[in-house]
Design a protein around this ligand. Structure first.
Ligand code: GLU
Length: 494
């Protein structure tokens, strides 16, 4: 994972715009970062190791810039390996998210052709490939030809010194284009762009976009062919305050405090969506919940809720294991995929195969236009607003709220479910009052020096035991295991 941000427009503060965008994407990768702007017929690059933090860039005024915050997969954390990467002529700059599976063959071939590599990354093959294709084609065609050579799930954004345009292409990793007035933004997620515009184009897999500094400066193309496509724009309803920490020290804390609002929103406004999803479940022959990490715990909680409230059987699987259970799928099966980001690859892969079997897919996700949202037949947005902290809180609560309402809807007791959720929202608010936090803080102080923590629970609390274990591990780095209460005696005590 990494953060990508690009700008093309009329403003001459591209470097600052890109840097500000990268700061919002830092949760996606933070070992190193870099920005490139076009200055006259040249590209100027500034790269650093470490987090962006409050960094400023010293780059010339420019109307075109691209930047990247890295989470290394190939090559150590060094300035040379930080993106953007350039070709031999220093006129092509590339930022990249993903892994180029065939980069070794491509690199060997390019070295034979005389290209000089300065980094250990897989990414650097891209500018050199583009340089190669530029000998015979224009900028956009050269990017297309180069991108078509790459194997794996990738997203790239490219700037070229002689050009007024930037080009972006993707096969797997997310890319969103923000449509401004005579200007465009391209980023790994919509939250990075929100400050500038809410009008977005979510790029699909095998799509490429050419962006120039005018109102009609956007061209969308299909890959590998390069055939023109009509873009479908969407307006995102997130607010700018949603991507600001406000009075909180951390995004995670802010998001914890947003939970009552998230629960209330689902209780009060989801009647139609829940009713129609409940109908789809009733009509299906076999319903499967799939998710990874926290989302899987919400799936597991859903299984218990469906059993106790709706007396309805559903199957739950860790998404990455679902491949091995697909023999059960038919064109009557319903797969309900839970994913905050809508981009979890372990969830996306089995969904493609389920669709091949004719099964219907439901996305329960927080991100409009995300890959899972796009490939699903039935879509339910969690409405939790952007979740910036890697450790999910409000989106988990939103998934549980959806599960509760669904279960009560299936039991023909929707209004009762709604009442319970509204009461839960009040209770979460009460729990977060300063007086009640004292006990939690005291307990945390006692636990901070322990080596191992075991969280246990039965029934619905088993899901909470697993989720609290995940959360403690992720945030404190203390070894924690979540267990079904009855399992504690099997090995754990020893
Ligand atoms: N594979 C590339 C690298 O290691 C990109 C990693 C990323 O997505 O941040 O530089």
């Amino acid at each position: 994972m990494c953060g990508i941000f690009g700008y093309v427009g009329k403003k001459n503060t591209a470097a600052e715009i890109v840097l500000e965008g990268l700061k919002l994407l830092e949760y996606r990768g933070y070992d190193s970062w870099g920005v490139t702007v076009k200055s006259g017929k040249k590209l100027v690059v500034d790269k650093h190791v470490g987090k962006i933090g409050d960094a400023k860039v010293k780059l010339p005024k420019s109307t075109i810039g691209i930047g990247h915050t890295r989470w290394a997969t190939h090559g150590g954390v060094t300035v040379a390996n930080a993106h953007p990467h350039l070709d031999c002529t220093k006129t092509v700059a590339v930022i990249h998210n993903g892994i180029i599976e065939n980069f070794e063959e491509l690199k060997t071939d390019l070295i034979k052709k005389g290209h000089k590599f300065l980094s250990e990354t897989d990414t650097e093959v891209v500018p050199h490939l583009i340089e190669q294709y530029l000998k015979k084609a224009g900028f956009a065609s050269a990017v297309r030809d180069a991108f078509n050579q790459l194997k794996g799930l990738n997203a790239i954004v490219v700037a070229y010194a002689p050009s007024q345009e930037i080009v972006a292409a993707k096969t797997g990793s997310p890319l969103v284009v923000g449509i401004g007035k005579n200007e465009f933004f391209v980023a790994s997620d919509a939250a990075g762009i929100l400050k500038h515009t809410r009008n977005m184009l979510f790029l699909g897999d095998n799509e490429m976009v050419i962006l120039g500094p005018s109102a009609d400066g956007l061209q969308l193309l299909s890959l590998p062919s390069g055939k023109k496509k009509k873009p479908v724009f969407e307006t995102i309803d997130w607010k700018i305050e949603d991507v600001d920490k406000g009075k909180f020290d951390y995004f995670m804390l802010k998001e914890i405090y947003e939970q009552p609002k998230v629960i209330r929103n689902i209780a009060q406004t989801y009647t139609d969506q829940i009713t129609s999803l409940a109908k789809a479940i009733e009509q299906a022959n076999g319903t499967f919940f799939i998710g990874a990490g926290t989302a899987f715990h919400a799936c597991l909680a859903g299984t218990y809720l469906f059993s106790t409230i709706a007396h309805t059987h559903v199957n739950t699987a860790v998404a990455s294991e679902f491949n091995y259970l697909e023999d059960f799928l038919t064109n009557k099966s319903l797969i309900i995929a839970l994913s905050q980001s809508g981009e979890t690859i372990d969830v996306i892969e089995p969904l493609h195969r389920a669709k091949q079997k004719g099964s219907k897919v439901v996305a329960v996700t927080n991100v409009l236009g995300s890959s899972i949202y796009r490939l699903s037949d039935h879509k339910l947005l969690l409405g939790a607003g952007p979740e910036k902290a890697v450790a999910s809180t409000k989106a988990y609560i939103a998934k549980l709220s959806v599960m509760i309402l669904l279960a009560y809807s299936l039991a023909n007791k929707f209004d009762h479910g709604k009442k319970l959720l509204l009461a839960a929202a009040d209770e979460v608010g009460r729990l977060l009052q300063e007086a009640n936090l004292k006990g939690i803080k005291k307990l945390a102080l006692q636990l901070r020096s322990v080596e191992h923590i075991y969280t246990i629970g039965r029934g619905l609390s088993f899901a909470t035991a697993l989720e609290s274990s995940l959360k403690i591990k992720e945030v404190s780095y203390i070894h924690t295991e979540g267990l079904a209460g009855g399992e504690l005696k099997h090995g754990t005590i020893a």
